[in-house]
Design a binder for this molecule. Structure first.
Ligand SMILES: [Zn+2]
Length: 450
């Protein structure tokens, strides 16, 4: 009798432990990628927005981003590392250094019955999102990447735009999608019940500027919340990739305001993931990372008392640049400087700031600069209008920051994890460790081929 009781107790405990194991297993995985979001951008962002959720994750590690040659990465090589767990060459999309296709974690999970979603605030066929669904030797093979998207069998896609192959329209893309049973939609209406299965959204996700008041365009966080809810109907679970894609452009243009506004939207998307996790705490793992640092932002040893000047800029700098180009030929130096001072809310310029602006104007009027022939100009002003860049520099200096480069840097980025299995992410050293670690959380082992 005693032994039967003991046996029953043993079986009961065995069942209980397997229930526990099943209950603690992760079903929903968010992988959120801030493109170009370097560590100092995050530090400055936290200074501006102390309530950010980005710095509240229980696990934070430094992550290397170099490509297979130990050189500074582009978004393709690091996108492939984050998607497929291997290091490769710059421009590679889902192929190794010998240009052989490699499989992404997203595809392995798709084949195991998970629902897969890919969301980006920039072009849906740009490198970072593409690395999860495409295998192409070059990131510039836009038609090849689009064809791979159609073949992917992923459940949900959303992008802020699309790189269309020459002579192609969005309607052509819609027809192509239809052949693969996807439905193209160009407007996202948050809150309205919508079909999520095999939908591809191409809808603007540009940040909203004060002058755009009333326009609700940046919907990264809404789409993230919507996709998570819809994909969670699959009892097996989901893998949802979300990219804040234009933080990188802010870095390339050395534009603090653009960078910060894009980070606000990325922060909100992370909040959407956290809100979902709150409803399913034992089943949801959230990873936040970046593919590389862009611009090499430096923060002054002592920040000015008021750093919020960037918030007063009313329009995107690209718009300001266009308006500036229009008035440039017929305006005097003084008028041009006054125009830019207004546009970037600078008020009265100091004598040193005026001198810097006049130097930039002189360079701008140099006929050779129009052809961007002079290497020295490129290193000084990047590929942008020297006068606009110079005013941005002065504005950013008043906010306590400066930039190192117009390119990517080899600085390590930060990776965060929150949720069951988060401890395993303490061992993440390189970006290629990320998908392998997600696999270990889900299956207790690395299912990605070496
Ligand atoms: Zn970039």
């Amino acid at each position: 009798m005693k032994s039967v009781k003991a046996m029953c107790l043993f079986v009961f405990l065995l069942c209980l432990s397997s229930v526990w194991a099943a209950e603690s297993s992760v079903k929903y995985v968010f992988l959120l990628i801030g493109d170009g979001m370097g560590p100092s951008m995050r530090q400055y962002y936290q200074h501006e927005y102390p309530d950010t959720v980005l710095e509240r994750f229980p696990v934070t590690v430094q992550t290397g981003t170099d490509n297979v040659f130990g050189k500074c990465t582009d978004s393709a090589a690091s996108g492939t590392a984050i998607a497929c767990g291997i290091k490769t060459y710059n421009w590679a999309i889902g192929v190794d250094k010998d240009q052989r296709p490699v499989v992404s974690l997203a595809k392995l999970l798709r084949d195991r019955g998970y629902s897969i979603g890919v969301i980006t605030s920039v072009s849906l066929n740009d490198a970072t999102p593409a690395a999860h669904y495409a295998n192409q030797k070059s990131r510039k093979d836009r038609p090849g990447i689009l064809a791979d998207l159609c073949k992917s069998n992923f459940d949900f896609f959303a992008g802020g735009s699309l790189y269309l192959p020459p002579k192609h329209t969005l309607e052509d893309f819609g027809k192509l999608l239809k052949k693969s049973n996807y439905e193209l939609r160009t407007e996202f209406l948050a809150g309205k019940s919508q079909l999520a299965d095999r939908v591809v959204y191409i809808t603007s996700m540009s940040p909203v500027w004060p002058k755009d008041e009333g326009v609700k365009r940046h919907v990264l966080s809404d789409i993230t919340a919507f996709a998570a809810d819809a994909l969670s109907e699959n009892p097996k679970g989901f893998f949802l990739v979300v990219e804040g894609g234009a933080i990188d452009s802010g870095g390339h243009t050395n534009d603090l305001a653009r960078t910060m506004r894009e980070m606000v939207e990325f922060d909100k998307a992370v909040q959407s993931a956290l809100a979902f996790q709150k409803k399913h705490p034992r089943e949801t793992l959230i990873i936040v990372t970046s593919d590389h640092d862009t611009g090499g932002l430096n923060i002054a040893p002592e920040l000015p008392a008021d750093t919020t000047l960037w918030k007063k800029q009313q329009k995107d700098a690209l718009k300001i640049e266009k308006e500036f180009a229009k008035i440039f030929p017929q305006s005097s130096d003084e008028e041009l400087i006054a125009f830019l001072s207004r546009a970037f809310a600078m008020g009265e310029l100091t004598a040193a700031e005026k001198t810097a602006m006049q130097k930039a104007l002189k360079d701008q009027r140099d006929p050779e600069i129009a052809d961007k022939k002079k290497k020295e100009y490129r290193s000084m002003y990047g590929y942008y209008n020297p006068v606009v860049i110079q005013m941005l520099r002065l504005r950013d200096a008043r906010c306590g920051v400066s930039w190192t480069t117009f390119s990517h840097t080899p600085r390590k980025v930060l990776t965060n994890a929150g949720g069951p299995g988060q401890e395993l992410f303490k061992n993440v050293r390189e970006n290629s460790d990320i998908p392998r670690t997600i696999s270990k959380v889900l299956f207790g082992k690395d299912i990605i081929p070496q």
